[in-house]
Design a protein around this ligand. Structure first.
Ligand SMILES: Nc1nc2c(ncn2[C@@H]2O[C@H](COP(=O)(O)OP(=O)(O)OP(=O)(O)O)[C@@H](O)[C@H]2O)c(=O)[nH]1
Length: 363
C-alpha cells in the first residue's frame, strides 16, 4: 500500500506518457533510497563507522527529496536532483569512505541507462551532459587511488562489496527494463484501442471498419463465401439535435448502438463510420439472412422509447441499406457504394425501412 503510494507520487492529472516516466522515476528513487539505507545500516552496525554512516544517511535522505520534487510535479528538477545526488554520492563513496576496489563507481553505468532509456526524448542537451559527466566521473574514480579511506577494508570484504554492486546493478537494470517493456506494451495496446474505437459509442471506428472489412473481404474471396454489409442511418437526426440539443442526440446514438449491438451476431462487426451512420459487416451471410437481422433491428429500435427528462420520451427510427459482395462489387468500397444506394432508396421511400440493393441487371 505504502509502496504503491510512493510509486504513484505526483502522477495525478498527468497524461499517461508522463505518468509512466514519473512512476519509473519514483521506482528508481525508492530502490536507490533502500539500497543507500542498507549501506548506511552496514556502515553503522557492521563496520562500526558512525561518521561515514551519518554522511551516507544525508545522501539517503537526498534521494527521498526526488520524490518530494515529484510530489510537487517538478519532474525535471527531480530528475536532475536525483542524477546529481547519485553522481556526487558515488564520487564521495569511492574517494572518501573506501577505495575504488569496492566497485561503487560501477553504479555510474545506471546514469546513461537511466537518462537515455527511461526519460523523454526531448531535452537532449541535458541527457548528453549528464551522461558525459557520468562517463568522466566513472573514469576519474576508476583511476584514482584513495590513499586514506575513512574505512579500511580487507581484500575479501572489498570483493564482497564489488560483487554486491554488480548484483544490484544487474537486478536494477532487469527490473527497470522489464517494467519499461511492460509499460510500452500497455501503452501500445491503449493507443491501438484509442485509434480504432469511437469514443462516444465504444464501437469500432471508420478506420477499424475499413481495415477489418478489407481483410475479411479478401479472405471470403479465396474461400468463395458470401459477405454482406448493412449501412444504417438514423432518420432525421439533424431534427433530433435541433429540437432536443446535442446531448439528447448523443443519447440517441448510444441507445441505438446498444440495441443494434444486442441484436447482432458474435461474428458480425458493428462500427460507427460517420456522425449518425453505422455499418455492419456480416461474414458468411446472404442478403436474405442480413435482411432478417436488419428488419429485427429496425423493429426493436422503432419500438424503443428513449427516456428524457420528466415524463418525456424520444422515439427515433433508422433506415437500412444492404448489399453483398458480387461480381459487380468485389471490393469493400464497391459493396459500400451499393449499400449506400440502397440506403438512399430507403430514405427516399419514407425512412424506417430496410432496402436491399437491386443491381440494374437484376431488374
Ligand atoms: N449529437 C450529435 N450529432 C451529430 C454527431 N455527429 C454528427 N451529428 C449531426 O448529425 C446530423 C446529420 O444530419 P443529416 O446528415 O442532415 O441527416 P438527417 O437529419 O439524419 O436526415 P436523413 O439522414 O435524411 O434522415 C448533423 O446535424 C450533425 O451535426 C454526434 O456525434 N453527436
Amino acid at each position: 500500500m505504502l509502496f504503491q503510494k510512493l510509486l504513484t507520487t505526483g502522477i495525478a492529472h498527468q497524461s499517461f506518457s508522463v505518468t509512466n516516466k514519473v512512476r519509473m522515476m519514483n521506482l528508481i528513487g525508492v530502490i536507490t533510497t533502500l539500497v543507500s539505507g542498507l549501506y548506511t545500516f552496514a556502515y553503522a552496525f557492521v563496520l562500526d563507522n558512525i561518521s561515514v554512516a551519518l554522511i551516507n544517511c544525508v545522501f539517503t535522505l537526498a534521494y527521498v527529496v526526488t520524490l518530494v520534487f515529484n510530489y510537487f510535479q517538478a519532474f525535471r528538477g527531480g530528475k536532475i536532483w536525483f542524477f546529481v545526488t547519485l553522481m556526487l554520492h558515488l564520487v564521495v563513496c569511492t574517494n572518501l569512505y573506501v577505495t575504488n576496489a569496492t566497485g561503487f563507481h560501477l553504479y555510474f553505468f545506471l546514469v546513461p541507462t537511466g537518462v537515455f532509456l527511461l526519460f523523454e526524448l526531448r531535452e537532449k542537451t541535458e541527457k548528453v551532459t549528464l551522461s558525459l559527466i557520468a562517463l568522466v566521473l566513472y573514469f576519474y574514480c576508476e583511476n584514482t587511488l584513495n590513499p586514506a579511506p575513512l574505512i579500511e577494508l580487507s581484500d575479501s570484504f572489498n570483493h564482497i562489496l564489488y560483487q554486491s554492486v554488480v548484483l544490484v546493478i544487474m537486478l536494477e537494470v532487469i527490473l527497470v527494463l522489464t517494467l519499461f517493456a511492460n509499460e510500452i506494451e500497455a501503452n501500445e495496446l491503449k493507443l491501438t484501442k484509442q485509434a480504432t474505437t469511437d469514443a462516444l459509442t465504444g464501437l469500432s471506428n471508420r478506420h477499424a471498419f475499413f481495415e477489418h472489412g478489407s481483410s475479411l473481404l479478401e479472405s471470403t474471396k479465396h474461400l468463395n463465401r458470401p459477405l454482406t454489409i448493412i449501412l444504417v442511418d438514423i432518420d432525421h437526426f439533424k431534427r433530433i439535435n435541433d429540437q432536443h440539443g446535442h446531448f439528447v442526440g448523443d443519447l440517441c446514438l448510444t441507445q441505438v448502438t446498444k440495441l443494434m449491438a444486442a441484436q447482432k451476431r458474435e461474428q458480425d462487426m458493428l462500427a460507427r463510420i460517420g456522425g449518425e451512420e453505422f455499418a455492419i459487416i456480416l461474414p458468411d451471410t446472404t442478403l436474405s439472412e442480413a435482411n432478417n437481422i436488419a428488419e429485427q433491428m429496425r423493429i426493436t429500435i422503432s419500438q424503443h422509447r428513449i427516456p428524457l427528462v420528466g415524463e418525456q420520451h424520444l422515439h427515433c427510427t433508422v433506415s437500412f441499406g444492404i448489399a453483398s459482395k458480387s461480381n459487380d462489387a468485389s471490393t469493400l468500397k464497391e459493396v459500400l457504394v451499393h449499400a449506400d444506394k440502397a440506403l438512399y432508396l430507403a430514405k427516399e421511400l419514407g425512412r424506417n425501412r430496410v432496402q436491399i440493393f437491386q443491381s440494374p441487371s437484376d431488374s
